[in-house]
Write a protein that binds this ligand. Structure first.
Ligand SMILES: NC(=O)C1=CN([C@@H]2O[C@H](COP(=O)(O)OP(=O)(O)OC[C@H]3O[C@@H](n4cnc5c(N)ncnc54)[C@H](OP(=O)(O)O)[C@@H]3O)[C@@H](O)[C@H]2O)C=CC1
Ligand SMILES: CC(=O)N[C@@H](CCC(=O)OP(=O)(O)O)C(=O)O
Length: 353
């Protein structure tokens, strides 16, 4: 399968949503990809250019209703950018028909389906398929992603949190149980569907925590932390909604095992840990990341500090929730699955100067 120029035909289900339109925006400039299908529910039948006129000169497609047989006959790769709980009724059939599938929802992020059911509910019988899914965080699971047919792309908060925590856990530098993640997200993290608390009049001039001690990204963060630490780890995770549209800043605190470590030691350790990761930038000295630097890019900026009074390390990471936290990371995974450069077709320059 492939178009006349040898490009790989891909489909995007959920094309009208924030993840979907980010995928379109990025994939239309990807040198190896041809967008062959856009699918949706309430938007089916509408021209993509009616929904997003500024992209209409590049994407002349109508959003179609979902017919999995037709999608599989036209696409080699399918992105599912849908609310949680829908992908597990679509991915098995697409895989059976020979497609590679990248799911942006939580459906294939968990190695233990009981954990998924406990936090997301749902009655699903796709354990065999779920067992083949790989968690799509390339900086940790690059080799496994490269051979996967099904990738469960990480959540936005877990991406920022885990990139900040991973070197500490993998190298045994902190007491894992002391890890606290304090994270802030822009409103686009809540998706495009209308929600009262995300209205400008509600969210502007306001900054508050939500989901305290019960946000569904907690078990996802814990799953990877446990994998890295080699034993079950619980993490305190508190998300906040901030009055901006794009971006996540995660600030992570943990107790160092060796109180003699200083900031420069940790910068050296982080730089070495991410030396083969083109999308992670470790900041020098006491430079701390700003969300606007990552805006529109697939980059994660990380800043590190040590407080010798408390023997705690403080790591700050900034991403664009819609790019490294969602669509960009999915494309990064696809690049690996296809054997292409990990950076192909992905933006490095922020919208801001
Ligand atoms: N926003 C973010 O920052 C991040 C989101 N995610 C995850 O990515 C996924 C997509 O999120 P996001 O783009 O924000 O969501 P949006 O609400 O912006 O978009 C949801 C999309 O799903 C489609 N859809 C809804 N119900 C159905 C259905 N029954 N059948 C087919 N299509 C349907 C909608 O299509 P239509 O308009 O045609 O009805 C729409 O295109 C979610 O699982 C989310 O949790 C992951 C990381 C970050
Ligand atoms: C601001 C806001 O509402 N953020 C969303 C982020 C979650 C999200 O996008 O879902 P994923 O699990 O697929 O990453 C939330 O807290 O539910």
């Amino acid at each position: 399968m492939g178009d006349t120029q040898g490009r790989v035909p891909v489909g995007i289900i959920g094309a009208s949503g924030y993840g979907g339109v980010q995928l379109v925006r990025l994939l239309m400039d990807h040198p190896q990809i041809e967008i062959a299908y856009l699918g949706g529910d309430s938007s089916a039948g509408k021209s993509f250019s009616d929904l997003y006129p500024h992209l209409g000169h590049r994407v002349n497609l109508t959003i179609e209703p979902i017919d999995l047989d037709a999608i599989a006959s036209r696409c080699q790769v399918v992105f599912l950018s849908l609310p949680n709980g829908l992908a597990y009724n679509m991915a098995p059939k697409l895989l059976e028909k020979g497609c590679k599938v990248l799911d942006l929802s939580a459906d294939y992020r968990f190695s233990n389906l009981e954990t998924y059911k406990a936090w997301y509910g749902g009655d699903r019988n796709d354990r065999d398929v779920a067992d083949t899914a790989v968690y799509g965080l390339p900086e940790l699971y690059r080799d496994r992603i490269a051979t996967a047919n099904l990738v469960g792309c990480p959540g936005c908060y877990p991406t920022a949190s885990l990139l900040a925590l991973s070197p500490l856990l993998k190298q045994g530098l902190i007491v894992p149980e002391t890890a606290i993640v304090d994270a802030k997200s822009g409103t686009s993290g809540g998706g495009r569907a209308a929600k009262t608390h995300l209205l400008l009049a509600e969210a502007d001039n306001s900054f508050a925590a939500y989901g305290v001690a019960r946000h569904r990204h907690t078990p996802e963060i814990e799953q990877v932390c446990s994998d890295l630490a080699g034993h079950e780890v619980m993490v305190q995770f508190t998300p906040h909604l901030v009055p901006m549209v794009r971006g996540i800043l995660a600030t992570v605190y943990a107790n160092l095992r060796d109180p003699g470590l200083v900031r420069e030691d940790l910068i050296t350790i982080y730089t070495a840990f991410y030396r083969t990761s083109p999308w992670v930038r470790i900041l020098p000295g006491s430079t701390y990341p700003q969300t606007k630097w990552a805006c529109g890019t697939n980059l994660c900026y990380i800043g590190i500090e040590v407080d010798p009074r408390t023997d705690r390390v403080i790591v700050m990471s900034a991403i664009d929730n819609l790019v490294k936290g969602q669509a960009g990371q999915a494309i990064q995974c696809l690049n690996l699955m296809m054997g292409w450069e990990e950076t192909l077709g992905l933006p490095q320059l922020s919208f801001y100067p």
